[in-house]
Design a protein around this ligand. Structure first.
Ligand code: GLN
Length: 486
């Protein structure tokens, strides 16, 4: 049952083959059995889930609801959920119970989905391995010695292990795509502005975007149906109407023009990963696509510009955590300054403190032009590379990450090696375009994701391209051995 698609489960719920309460109990039992090893959840909201499931069953009894009604999901722990602990993976928010609901989680709830809990993540979404969580590292279900990727590693591990049908994630520089790739699931980072950021705890506001993580592109499309669209509560929300993401899934790919950026296949890319990506591209050719080499010449500049822009925006966003308004406050402060300083020193972990310092420095007087402004100019160049390339091709394909999931602890002492993991994902956020990761094979028994990038608001196209591939391959249907057969 835990391996079924949303469409199949929705049919079973409608046919009364199973109730939402039964389905919810089944997944809760899987969480109880496997999550002690994986650590993919920070909060499991069992009581709340069973109440929502019972309400979903009433709707289903009356022939009402959507394809998500009664389906168990989980949310990354940076979406504010009214009445449910929301930590953002940080000690700073270890006691924060939001008084309101984020737009994404509220829309998914209105569609009738059942929230099983909140998933583990790198603190304030800063990281590529999920080792920066105050709540401990998440393990990769394919190999417990490996990282699941980050920062949405809890959502990726939970979906991959079948602890939940689908989940939400957020992607500032790759945090949906890279963990999806490392855990062998499908993830979509929508166009900046397509999904509301209201109630999403901000990391880098000009880059952050929420999106779906699920086994297949079709399941992601079901989630997008609920979560995408204009929201007046988010001033950066796009006003154009969201597409029907399910309607075009079956469109044939004949004549699809695929661009392969030569910079994505250069030095640093593991040759086994490269082979898998090329094999996937061959599969698309069989489906009627044509392939052409393209160039995104400023790719190398994405790491330095991202690692100025993201920490700068983070240093500004995180100034609100002052020990007064939210979360952690130190004991017995001597005076106001002591309270600010100790609350922040105790509440934030090492990586977050480092980025606040880098960002504050980059924004300080005299350095703003040299760093932040310069990085924004490079960002424009990176965006122009994509705009130009996408005039010639429909989609761009390449790897999501240079390697498969790496060992827990293997990169924690080398920040440059860790940041290099983001080389193929950051530029997409800098440009604001949508991109997906879909399972495309295994190297050394670990999953490899293919990245598919598209033009602004081309989510329906990406989902169509991914779905067609998944109709002809079964990489997305593989289940890690540790969680089989229960
Ligand atoms: N790894 C990148 C970072 O640490 C991206 C994280 C993200 O997308 N939230 O900033």
């Amino acid at each position: 049952m835990f391996e079924q698609s949303i469409s199949t489960l929705a049919q079973k719920l409608r046919d009364k083959d199973i109730s939402s309460v039964e389905l919810t109990r089944l997944f809760l039992a899987r969480i109880a059995k496997f999550d002690p090893q994986l650590n993919s959840f920070i909060t499991v909201s069992e009581k709340h889930a069973l109440e929502q499931a019972a309400a979903a069953d009433v709707l289903l009894q009356n022939g009402k609801g959507t394809s998500l009604t009664g389906i168990p999901v989980a949310h990354k722990d940076l979406f504010c959920t009214e009445g449910t602990l929301t930590t953002c993976g940080s000690k700073m928010l270890h006691n924060f119970i939001p008084p309101y609901e984020s737009t994404v989680t509220s829309r998914i709830q209105q569609a009738g989905a059942v929230m099983l809990g909140k998933t583990n993540m790198d603190e304030f979404a800063m990281g590529s391995s999920n080792e920066n969580s105050f709540y401990g590292a998440v393990k990769n279900p394919w190999n417990l010695d490996m990282v699941p990727g980050g920062s949405s590693g809890g959502s990726a591990a939970a979906v991959s292990a079948g602890l939940v049908v689908a989940a939400t994630g957020t992607d500032t520089g790759g945090s949906i795509r890279q963990p999806a790739s490392f855990c062998g699931i499908t993830g979509l980072k929508p166009t900046y502005g397509r999904v509301s950021r209201f109630g999403m705890i901000a990391y880098a506001s000009s880059l952050d975007q929420g999106g779906p993580m699920a086994k297949s592109a079709e399941d992601c499309a079901h989630l997008m149906q609920a979560m995408a669209g204009f929201d007046e509560k988010d001033s950066t929300s796009a006003e154009n109407p969201a597409d029907d993401y399910l309607a075009s899934l079956n469109a044939p790919l004949t004549g699809l023009k695929i661009g392969l950026p030569k910079e994505y296949f250069g030095e640093g890319l593991d040759s086994k990963v490269a082979d898998i990506i090329m094999a996937a591209v061959k599969e698309f050719e069989k489906l009627g696509a044509t392939v052409k080499e393209i160039s995104l010449p400023n790719l190398q500049l994405s790491i330095p510009s991202y690692y100025v822009i993201a920490p700068s925006e983070a240093s500004s966003n995180l100034s609100r955590f002052d020990g007064v308004r939210f979360g952690h406050r130190c004991d017995d402060p001597r005076d106001l300054l002591d309270m600010y300083m100790r609350s922040r020193a105790e509440g934030f972990g090492a990586e977050v403190q480092k980025r606040i310092m880098v960002g504050t420095y980059a924004l300080s007087e005299g350095y703003y032009d040299a760093y932040y402004l310069k990085a924004q100019k490079i960002r424009r160049l990176i965006k122009q590379d994509f705009v130009k390339a996408l005039e010639e091709v429909d989609v761009i394909m390449g790897p999501v990450a240079p390697t498969t999931a790496f060992g827990l602890g293997s990169k924690t002492s080398d920040p440059v090696a860790m940041y290099l993991e983001d080389i193929y994902t950051l530029s997409v956020n800098l440009a604001g375009i949508p991109a997906m990761s879909i399972p495309a094979g295994f190297a050394d028994n670990m999953p490899v994701g293919l990245q598919i990038m598209g033009n602004y608001f081309a989510e329906a196209k990406l989902l169509n391209v991914a779905h067609q591939y998944q109709q002809h391959t079964d990489w997305h249907l593989q289940t890690p051995t540790m969680v089989k057969g229960a």
